[in-house]
Structure formats: structure tokens, C-alpha cells
Design a protein around this ligand. Structure first.
Ligand code: ZN
Length: 237
């Protein structure tokens, strides 16, 4: 059976709250299917894969893992489905919402630390931020924790906007310059994620609508490593 390569439309980039959608199967293989559009987030950018199910003719097929390869999104399944079939996708929303909370919280923490002169972030996950070279102090950590919780109470909107790489004016702001350098050169249209005046960065991930959804911090802990590397561990309530 011949299947040509088609672009999968990414529904989650415009609507991170979309939990169900209809789509057509454009390519198949052993226990995988490519769809013409999807709301499933494929793993990447520090955010793990969504899981859930595809309903095909009343039959429930589990989506175990989702990966983007080129312009196509591959849904890895627990059984085979037919080419050309119409499917109804349902995302495991509880899991996705937790991911979005942690990921959005990570954006806000990064912005707050960098604004206080933390130095550049070199690694981040759902529980950890690494800065190097960095001079983060315990005092700064308490300050950031207090500010973070205040911003959660203020319920600041998380905005998404697009900008052209060439139009993005970073001036002589070193933090923004280094951030722009990290983005692959072949990406010209940048999807920006902005949390008020507190955090602004390029990101393709999924985020909550406003800071109240993130929730307050349960813990924020600093660890100092060799060569001016500072690790901040965090957990949400
Ligand atoms: Zn993001």
C-alpha cells in the first residue's frame, strides 16, 4: 500500500485546552498511525508525550506514545488501524494538565530567576532548573518563591504570539541574545510565550491559560555545584 507523506496539522499550538478531536488516518504501519491533524502533544522541548486513545468504529485503541518526525506526527498504538479511517482522538487530560502546570511554572520560575541575575539557564525539567555560570543565593530563592506565589494570586494571563525571527529586537540585552542563539537557525517564525512582564520565551509546548492554573510552590530548594553551577529544585502544591 502506498502512502505519501503529508503534514499533520498541530491543533495544540492554537488551543492547548483541546481534549478531543476528529481526524483522518493518512499513513499506517505496524501499531502506528499518522493523522491529518492532532491534539496529541508529541514529546519534545522538555515536555513528555501525551497519551490517550483513538476511537475507530466504536473500538478503543490506546495511544501509548506520540512523536513528531519531520512534518508528520506518529501515534504509537496498542493495535493496528486502517488507512483512511476516521478516528476520534481523546487525550488523557489529567496527565496533560499536570504537564502544562509544571511546564508553565518552569517558564515563570526561569523568568523570575533570570530577571534577578541568575545567569543563563542551561537545563530544565519538571522539577529542576540549572543555571551556569550563576550566583544564585538563598536570599534570591526566598524572594523568587514569594514573588511566584504573588503572581499565581494575580492570575496573570499566559499569552501566545508569533513573531518573525528577524523582527525580534533583542537590543543589547545579553539574556535575550543568548536565548535567540539557542533557537535553530531554520526556524524563522517564532512562537512566543509570555507571562505578563515576568517571563517571555520561544516555546512550542503546551501551557495553561493563566497563572492561577499553575498553583503555588510547595518547595523551592537551592543546591550549589562546582564551576558556578546552581540547581534549583521545585515542586508545586
Ligand atoms: Zn513552554
Amino acid at each position: 500500500m502506498c502512502t505519501k507523506m503529508m503534514t499533520t496539522k498541530l491543533l495544540y499550538t492554537d488551543n492547548s485546552s483541546l481534549t478531543e478531536f476528529d481526524a483522518k488516518v493518512t499513513r499506517i504501519g505496524p501499531k502506528f498511525a499518522v493523522l491529518d491533524q492532532t491534539a496529541f502533544y508529541p514529546e519534545g522541548g522538555g515536555q513528555p508525550t501525551d497519551t490517550g486513545e483513538l476511537i475507530v468504529d466504536g473500538r478503543e485503541v490506546k495511544v501509548i506514545k506520540v512523536m513528531k518526525r519531520g512534518d508528520e506526527v506518529f501515534h504509537y498504538l496498542d493495535s493496528d488501524i486502517e488507512l483512511g479511517a476516521t478516528v476520534h482522538g481523546v487525550i488523557d487530560w489529567d496527565q496533560r494538565f499536570q504537564y502544562m502546570r509544571l511546564h508553565s511554572g518552569e517558564h515563570l520560575l526561569t523568568g523570575l530567576f533570570e530577571a534577578r541575575g541568575s545567569g543563563p539557564k542551561v537545563f530544565s525539567s519538571f522539577s529542576q532548573l540549572d543555571f551556569k555560570p550563576s550566583e544564585i543565593t538563598e536570599e534570591m530563592v526566598s524572594e523568587v518563591w514569594k514573588r511566584f506565589d504573588e503572581i499565581i494570586d494575580m492570575d496573570v494571563p499566559v499569552e501566545i504570539y508569533y513573531t518573525n525571527r528577524d523582527e525580534l529586537d533583542v537590543g543589547d540585552d545579553e539574556r535575550k541574545q543568548s536565548f535567540l542563539e539557542k533557537i535553530p537557525k531554520d526556524i524563522h517564525e517564532l512562537r512566543m510565550v509570555k507571562i505578563g512582564e515576568y517571563a517571555e520565551t520561544f516555546c512550542m509546548g503546551t501551557h495553561v491559560k493563566s497563572t492561577a492554573d499553575i498553583g503555588k510552590l510547595k518547595s523551592l530548594r537551592l543546591e550549589s555545584k562546582k564551576k558556578r553551577r546552581k540547581i534549583v529544585y521545585f515542586d508545586l502544591e
